[in-house]
Design a protein around this ligand. Structure first.
Ligand code: NDP
Length: 314
């Protein structure tokens, strides 16, 4: 009897998989592409490409060789206690870093040039130039997390002329960026920065790291841009920090839970900008380049690039 063709399976809560199917079947013709929730025989699935599968969803796929995550963050997947014990491979940049650098540059300029106030003046039909604008050379930006995305964001902010302070777990060298990598130096980063950008992965160490104590360490009147994960911060702490004047404004792309409840007071806070988790969207062609290369490596017995370190959680 003929062996059934091995399957590369796909599950996503935002993509129907059409682009992925044609490219995978073209570049890896030995595999059949199927949607994981429609596959007839789960034992034929060799590789799973997933974004946000429900907990326990991957349990029955007994011959999986690896799980490919269709994004940069793996926090929601790692919470699944029934996840098969196979390598988890994530994306690195895959077109997201440039989008996120643009998002951050927009936000930092919004705060530095005081565009929020112009928006409010416009609503009142008032022609009032604001003369007190901080020079870009004095408007320091702290970037927390200097990985595939944070390093690009930090470098591009520095290229525009902002002084940039970067914070990561291990030492880093990035042109034009002052880098720090221990808990004590976080205070220096926070107290010097006019804007703090969160680009950390969500792990046991970083969950709710941005809390009231953290806001008190930031310089008075500074701003937060959170494009990491909603669980890095609590909405309540952000609102209190704004109302107590610990921070002057926030630009938030991620929330806990998502979508943000229509009842949340964040929606109509005058100093909060909200976007619905769109600062960096996976670009399928860039992601496919990485995934296909990794599957080819694994098929020849070579370990894939970018395997998640389960001890670190990212
Ligand atoms: P990486 O894993 O490449 O980089 C993570 C960075 O955070 C590294 O520099 C790492 O340090 C640092 N870090 C991790 N833990 C700590 C810690 N406890 N203290 C200090 N630094 C720490 O991730 P990416 O750059 O690819 O992505 C970052 C995050 O951005 C993702 O995990 C995801 O949550 C979020 N994201 C959000 C998107 C959106 O649309 N809003 C889209 C894409 C990503 P070191 O280098 O020393 O290990």
């Amino acid at each position: 009897m003929l062996e059934p063709q091995p399957v590369i399976g796909f599950y996503s809560d935002w993509d129907a998989g059409t682009v992925w199917k044609s490219r995978i079947e073209q570049d890896l013709p030995q595999f059949h592409f199927d949607l994981l929730n429609e596959v007839e025989d789960k034992s034929t699935v060799r590789y799973a490409l997933v974004w946000n599968p429900p907990a326990g969803f991957l349990k029955g796929f007994v011959n999986l060789q690896a799980i490919f995550v269709l994004g940069a963050g793996v926090d929601s997947l790692l919470k699944d206690l029934e996840l098969p014990r196979v390598p988890i491979v994530r994306l690195s940049d895959a077109g997201m870093a440039q989008q996120m650098a643009h998002y951050v540059i927009y936000g930092v300029l919004h705060f530095q040039r005081r565009f929020e106030e112009y928006r409010q003046l416009q609503a009142k039909r008032r022609w009032e130039p604001i003369e007190d604008v901080e020079a870009i050379q004095q408007f320091s930006v702290g970037v927390m997390g200097l990985g595939a995305i944070g390093s690009v964001v930090a470098r591009q902010l520095a290229q525009i002329g902002f002084p940039v302070l970067g914070w990561s777990a291990s030492p880093k060298t990035i042109n034009g960026v002052r880098t720090f990598n221990d808990e004590t130096s976080l205070s220096a980063v926070l107290s010097e920065s006019r804007v703090v950008v969160n680009l950390l992965p969500l792990t046991d160490k970083t969950e709710r790291l941005i809390n009231k104590k953290f806001f008190r360490r930031m310089s008075a009147g500074s701003f937060l841009i959170n494009i990491g994960r909603g669980q890095h911060v609590s909405d309540k702490d952000v609102l209190e920090a704004l109302d107590e004047g610990l921070i002057a404004g926030a630009m938030l792309d991620v929330f806990d839970p998502e979508p943000l409840s229509p009842q949340s007071p964040l929606w109509n806070h005058p100093n909060v900008i909200i976007t619905p988790h769109v600062s960096g969207l996976t670009v399928p062609q860039a992601a496919l380049d990485q995934i296909i290369e990794n599957i080819k490596r694994m098929e020849t017995g070579v370990a894939p690039h970018l395997t998640v370190d389960l001890n670190r959680g990212y």
